[in-house]
Design a binder for this molecule. Structure first.
Ligand code: CA2
Length: 149
């Protein structure tokens, strides 16, 4: 079965415990469960991982370059700072979708810029936990269409 990496970056392991006004009450575990359920419907497997470490996120991106068909990623604050992760995404030739729980364009100005968005096929931002499932649907839709080429 095809596999998709779902990558979450720093502090997202704390979801549902703090800043619930911005990020909501859902835990990352609950988001992973809804992704697994959707993946089953879509006939794909999700491999959900979270790390607070930039190098580990980069290592995982490299690791899946031949074993997985795409990546859904929420890099947390590394979105706005990490040229190294953007380079890693560009260095592999897998399609990816960037997702954010909050609308990064409706917050502080520094959040509106993403180093990594241009390495992705598209961005889903502002739909809470549904951003992850919408991102997986968008990736699978893209893969279905690219397979027809
Ligand atoms: O909206 C998103 O998904 C973000 O990627 C979340 C990042 C933020 O830096 C981005 O600008 C937008 C922050 C994730 C922090 O998550 C927390 C969860 C619980 C408590 C505190 C932080």
């Amino acid at each position: 079965m095809d596999r998709v990496l779902v990558l979450s970056g720093p502090n997202l392991n704390l979801l549902g415990t703090r800043q619930v006004d911005i990020y909501g009450l859902a835990t990352l575990e609950a988001i992973h469960e809804s992704l697994a359920k959707l993946a089953q419907e879509l006939g794909v497997a999700v491999d959900c991982r979270q790390s607070n470490h930039e190098g580990e996120l980069i290592d995982w991106i490299h690791e899946v370059r031949e074993s997985h068909v795409g990546i859904v990623f929420n890099l947390g604050a590394y979105t706005h700072t990490s040229i190294a992760i953007a380079d890693a995404l560009r260095a592999i030739s897998l399609p990816s979708v960037e997702v954010h729980l909050s609308n990064i364009h409706a917050r502080e100005a520094f959040r509106a810029h993403s180093h990594t968005a241009s390495a992705a096929i598209g961005v889903v931002t502002g739909f809470g936990p549904a951003s992850y499932t919408l991102g997986l649907r968008a990736l699978m839709d893209y893969l279905g269409r690219s397979n027809q080429d």
